[in-house]
Each structure stands twice: as C-alpha cells, then as structure tokens.
Design a protein around this ligand. Sequence first.
Ligand SMILES: Nc1ncnc2c1ncn2[C@@H]1O[C@H](COP(=O)(O)OP(=O)(O)OP(=O)(O)O)[C@@H](O)[C@H]1O
Length: 683
Amino acid sequence: MSIKFPEENIHLNITIEKLNNYLKELDNKVKLYEAEFKESKKYLYQNRRDMDTMEIFSNEKSISQIVNSGDLILKQKIKIESLIDTPYFARIDFKYDGEDEVEKVYIGRSAFIDSFGDMLIYDWRAPISSMYYDFELGYASYDAPLGKVEGDITLKRQFKITKSKMDYVIESALSIGDEILQRELSNTSDQRMKNIVSTIQKEQNKIIRNEKTDILVIQGVAGSGKTSIALHRVAYFLYKYREYLSAENVVVISPNKVFSDYISNVLPELGEEPIIQLDFEDIAKEQLDKSLDFERFAEQVSELLDNPDKDKIERISFKSSLEFVLLLDEYISYIDTNYFNAVDYIYNDICINKEFIRSRYNAYKKRPIFERFDKIADDIIEKIKSEKISEKIPSKGEIRKKLISMFKYNNTLGLYKEFFKYIDRESLFKFKCNNQLENCDVFPYIYLKIFIEGIEGMDDIKHVVIDEMQDYTPIQYMVIKKLYKCKKTILGDFGQCVNPYNSNSLKLLLNIFDNSEVVKLNKSYRSTYEIIKFAEQILKQDIEPIERHGELPNIIECSNLETELKQIENIIDNFNKSDYSTIGIICKTRKHVKQIYDKLRKKYEVNLLDIDSLEFKEGITISTIHMSKGLEFDEIIIPMVDSNNYETDYDRNLLYIACTRAMHKLTLTCHNKVTKILNKSFI
Ligand SMILES: Nc1ncnc2c1ncn2[C@@H]1O[C@H](COP(=O)(O)OP(=O)(O)OP(=O)(O)O)[C@@H](O)[C@H]1O
C-alpha cells in the first residue's frame, strides 16, 4: 500500500474492479460457448445418419468456429487474469501541444479498454508508451500512425504491483529511475528468463523499435540484455504487425535446447504465443538426407578440448573461413559450366537435339540443377506436342532420368567429396566414422545441396532471430541467407566465442549481411559491479557496469583436488542456507564436469547440463562453459582454474564467459598453480 500516493491506490482499486467485471463477462461468454459446443455436438451425433455430406460438413464447420471463438475468449481471459495480478507498471501524464488537458497514460504488459471505450491501460508497445522509455520530464514526442505527436510529460511514476497490491510507487524525473532497475537486478535469478518491460532502457528501446533496417546486428557485452531485447523486439513486431505476423512466422535460432527452454517464457509472459525455436542441429537434421548422420557441434568442441587433433583442427579452421566459402562458390560455378554434358535426347522416333537441351539448361541458371531437369523435361514435352514431333510422348520421369544421366553425379555427396580434389586438398575431407559427416562438413554440404538439389523454402518465416552470432561460421550464415530470405535480428558478442577455430568476426559477418545495421551495447546489467570489474580484466574489454554492489569475487587456491572439492562443498552448503535459488558450477571440459559431478551427486541433488539436456532448473547445476552460454545464475563456482587448464587466449574467452554468468557472487577454485590469466591484483 502506498501511503505517499493515496490517489494511486484508489486508481489501482478502480482498475482492478473493472478488470474483474470484465473477467466475469468473459467467464459467462466461455460458459455460453461451452453450452453451444455441447449442444451442436449432440445435435450432430443424433442426426448424423439423416444428414447428407454437405450438411455434416457445414455442422462440423460451425462446431470448429465455436471452438475457435471459445479459444479466443480463453486467451483473452488469460490476458485479463495476468492484468489483474499486475495491471500496469508506469504512468506518464502527457500534455499535448496546444491543449490544456493532460492525458494520464498508464502502461502495462497489454492494453485494456473499459466498457465506456476509455483506454485504461496502454500496451507497452503502443506508440504513446514509447515516451515512457525515451523521455524525462518536459518535452516529449512519439510517432503516431498519422505523424509525429509533440507535447510535454508533466509527471512520471513507476509502480511495483504484485497480486493486485501496490508494493511501491516511485516518482521519477529521469527516464527509468535507477532505483527500480537496481531493485529488479538485485532479485534472485529465475528458472526462466523474465520480461523487462518495466525497466527497458532508452538505448534498448531504440533497438526494440528499430524498423529502419531489414537486418539488425546487435554486438553487446555479456549481460547487456541482447537476448532480452531480441525477444521484446519480436513481441513488438507481433503487436505492431498483428494482422499478418504471428508466432508461427518467427524463428529463434539459439545455441541449444537448454537455452531455448530458458528463454521460452518471455513471449508468453508478454501475452504472445511461444515462437518456433531451433538450433543449427535442427536445421541440419531438416536439410540433410535421413541416411546421412553427422557429428554434433558440442561433441566436436568437447573432443578437441580433451584431445586437440592437429589434422581435425586444420579441417575445421579451413571450413570456418571465408576463403572456403569463396572456393566453394567457385566450384559451384565450375560444376554449373562443366558437369552437364548435354547429348541428343532419343526416344523411339523422337530426337531432341543437345543444343536445345543445353540452351534450356542455361535459361534456368538461377534454379538448382536437379530442379532445372524438371523444367527441361516439361519443355521437351511441350516441344514434342507443339511441333507435333510424335504421338507417343515419353513420361516426365523418363526424360528426367536421361537428363540426370547427362550430369556427372546423381547426388550431392559425390560432388562434395570431389570438391576437395578440385581444390587439390583431398586430406581436408574425412568421414568421422561409418559415413558420419564431421560437424564442420555439415553446412558446406547443405550449401552445395541447395545449388544441386534445391531445398524447401521457408517462405512462411517472416523474421529470424539468431542468438550467439559469434559462434557460427561464414558457411552457416550463407545457408541461413538461402533458407530465410526475411528480416533478421542477429545478436551476440565476439568476446564470447566458444568455437576456437572459427575465424568469424563482426567485420566478416557484416560483409556477409552487407545491408545490415549494427548497434553496440557496452553496459552490463546482469552482474554486480565487482564481478564485471573482475571479468573486464580477463578480456581487457571496456564494460560499463551498473552501480549495483556485492561481494568481491574470490579465488581459492587449494593444495590438492580433494581439498578443492571440499571447498566447493562448503560453498554449496552456504548457498543452500542462502536466499539464492541457482548456483552454477562451470568447468572447462566435460572430463572436469564428470569428475566433480561424480563426487557431488553423492551428497547433493545436482542438475547435470549436457548436450542432450532439455531444461534449465533451479538449484545446483553443473555444466561446461560451452553449455552455460547465455544462461545466468545467482552464484557461480569455476573450479580448476589452474595454469595448465587456462592458458591461451581462447581460455581467456572461456573464463570471461564463465565469470559473466554470475549475477551476485563468484568464486574460482584451483588445486595447482592458479592460471596467469587471473592476476591476483584483480581483486
Ligand atoms: N533494462 C533491463 N531491466 C532489467 N533487467 C535487465 C535489463 N536489461 C537486461 N536485464 C537483465 O540482464 C540480464 C542479462 O540479460 P540478457 O541475458 O538478455 O543479456 P545478454 O546480453 O544476452 O547476455 P550474454 O551475452 O551474457 O548471454 C538478464 O537477467 C536481464 O533480465
């Protein structure tokens, strides 16, 4: 209850009452639909035998219309129930230029219009709400559908309302008061990522509402809110273009299933349907022939961390370069010109000369080669008919078979293997085992397949979000460009690369997406000031921390593994007594994970995050750094930060990623000599 602003308590009570009344109306409507549904079903059941097909069809159609309308009401109900819990989080009073009256604008997660048609709550995505994020007291403006609207903000308040009760009200002259942001960031972590509508910062709001570009690239330091912003941006588009954009038109490509699970709640919290979530492995499975197995990315990383095989590293590095893409493009153009040997097509008394076939082949240059054979077959049939060459017309399949035989290979795999002969580097292709493709061959193979066999277009997808952009290779991006010809939001941090042999860089990415706009974020929201200052020194990056203070990170040096494990247990015991809800134990390799997990599981309930894991849970989690990407924990332990484990620049990246998963507390342990990367003067 806010004593300082009694009028806000009154307003809240009135709003809740109106919402409750509306909820009752919806409840009644649901009951009516239920009754109508039962009645229609009963009628159909009892009279079906006497109905003709048309009557049955029309009855079934009307039942499905009742279900759809009922569904809409139920969705509306969920929205109103959520508004009853937290109707709004902010208010601005806006005086339009040239008018005396001031409009009170209450802003919430979704809009609510009362029975008199008054807008009691504005959706945070409405044009007028943008002023809350963008302006302080005084002059303000927003872009309405009919043009720019100008005026003055005369009052700005922020609210914390839970379970229909006012926790507090803050009156602030600034954009979004630091006080509320601090409070939000000090909370303990959740099992799932939360929405940030009430504290979106001005620079973040600009990104969310940026519609000037088709491809937006967000490079931001760890914890700068990239993932949150990308999801809020999707919610914004779903709201603004709701007539022709819905959740099934949006895809988020994320690093793994655990991360997908972690972010899965944000859009439903914002009143939107969950969107399609994929990782590159899903894309590979969809595009590869079922018979072709492939090595998983996490398997590749983990194998190389345990055993850095020089030859394999050479294969991966080469296929992760732009040079490789250029060579593959050159090869594709070579195939196009040289591997189709047109000969006369002979069938009974028919002869279609090779010049005609070659000219049709060239005419369809923009299409995949096997697709061209379909078109040429159609053209041959048309020619036979129109020029009355013969009465007996061969089947399309028969012609196609002959055309394929004029092409040097009848499948992409043969051509892909031959590519390495073409570039005179045969040693750079190797099956892992039993015809299993190495991970680094998967996307080059798909890229070639697109030109040879073609792929199913993803024309229904209108927006793609790609998270952790730093870990994908140029050839993966080339495939994405071919698959999804729609708008894209691409985000990540080139300081957090877990793919050590990838030569990708922001410059290279912008080269691939040459019509993109790039925005950079260097303010970090996740971790305390102390943790960010610590992490900043590991990577020598400029990060702007939030002034939220906590304990200094701690490095504990032990004399042997046993004492190190004991120390880790002590930290877990303290965590169990604290208010924190998540602690992550993050190791460099799967071998380290196993070693520690085997010990800890005897005493604690520990969630092991591995490549097949599907969800992120509260409590104690153990994982590799690679698997922890994008996640956050109240507290982090990084074991075995010994000099033999962390020594290269790549290890620096890994340590930076691990440290920046921590929101409030960070401890690093070792049992030999602590790595030189962690200079003692850090803390
Ligand atoms: N404006 C904001 N208000 C409140 N919390 C915020 C805001 N911006 C970011 N955060 C919080 O900061 C944390 C980090 O956000 P997010 O995971 O989106 O960052 P990121 O840049 O994707 O991080 P990383 O690259 O390290 O994975 C989250 O807990 C998020 O809720």
